[in-house]
Design a binder for this molecule. Sequence first.
Ligand code: FAD
Length: 401
Amino acid sequence: KNGVVIIGAGHAGVQAAASLREEGFDGPVTLIGDENELPYHKPPLSKAFMKDADAKPQMLRAEAFYANGRIELMLGSSVERIDLSGRRLDLSGGGHIAFDRVILATGSRPRTLALPGSDLARVLSLRSVADARAIREASGSDDIVVLGGGFIGLEIAATLAAGGRRVTVVEAQDRLLARAAAPVIAAHVRSRFEASGVRLLTNTTIERLQGQNGHVTAAVTSSGERLPAGLVLIGVGVVPNSELAEAAGIAVANGIRVDPQMRSSQPEILAIGDNANFRHWLSGTDVRLESVQNATDQARLAARTITGHEDAYRSVPWFWSDIGDMKLQMVGLAAGSDRSVVVGEAAENRFSVFHYLGDRLICIESVNRPADHMLGRKMLAAGFSPNPATLASDDLKAQFA
Ligand code: FAD
């Protein structure tokens, strides 16, 4: 028995290894990761880790977990090829490893921009703890430009602005969080940023970066403005790490296509997490989700599939983001919503947006209203839609119970 080889030791890969043992899988489990760190939590990298120069990465599992679970952890090792017919993987450095099943948990990587000057020093993006350390070291500069008004860009912008830096966020779309949140949330985030002195340029792109002695000194906008910058952060989304699968002839379309059991077009190869594209039960559309919830729930399901079950992916999607003093929480999928109802007060920095498709509740986005979020998870899991006319009343919870 060659067992299961998991490629990628991030949120999805580590959970898959743990779940295989929890599901009673007894064969060999190998977890291969190309980073030289014990697997760690990514969300703090743009939050607590960025704030505190002495912060250490938070381990996903204690070091002893791997040995205790008979999980062979190979760090600093990258898989370069899947040999389907030979049932083996080629590793960087020339080694090989045989498999019965593979779980591709390779995640995603920051999208790069073909921008003149983007090879200058202190032009950085954030994915790994190594990236976060480099940003922390370069964040002493007074002026910082962030490209991209999505979650990661805004989280970093808020953190660095709170640390006294002059931060400008440059966003190509006409509003912040264009892919990720309702306009009313984006407008709220914008007004709080502006009140705290962060400059936000929407409908704006960066044409080129200027430097001196090899490091960046300024970013020039599409309207010709020169923004001084000792550090430029590029946070314009991610692309799935699906090349290994594609090279092996596995079906790929904005990520590795998987069925409701997480099997790729080659059934002994499964894919989970940021790199997996699947038809979502809630929206009926093909999606690729970038969240810890999705990575870990898909990992649990992949372990079930490998141990002989046929459960389908039915998790309610949820996500959070901490931007300054705003805890944003989303549950469900807002795409396709034809009506939304706002509950609570933006002026108090506490409100939720309930999204409906017809009479059906499909998503709740909250700012500092964690109770709505938690209730939303239960309501969406149960397929329960509260009457929109009564959302503001205090008995929302009672309605559901
Ligand atoms: P990853 O965690 O990226 O793990 C993939 C691993 O595979 C990486 O270590 C990669 O180096 C490795 N790998 C890739 N190719 C190979 C190969 N060929 N061989 C060996 N190893 C390979 N989500 C939330 O829900 N809430 C948040 O607040 C939040 N904040 C975030 C903040 C930051 C800064 C970042 C970067 C992400 C954040 N996310 C957040 C998203 C979340 O971290 C991801 O959705 C999650 O990490 C996806 O898990 P994954 O295992 O699919 O990918």
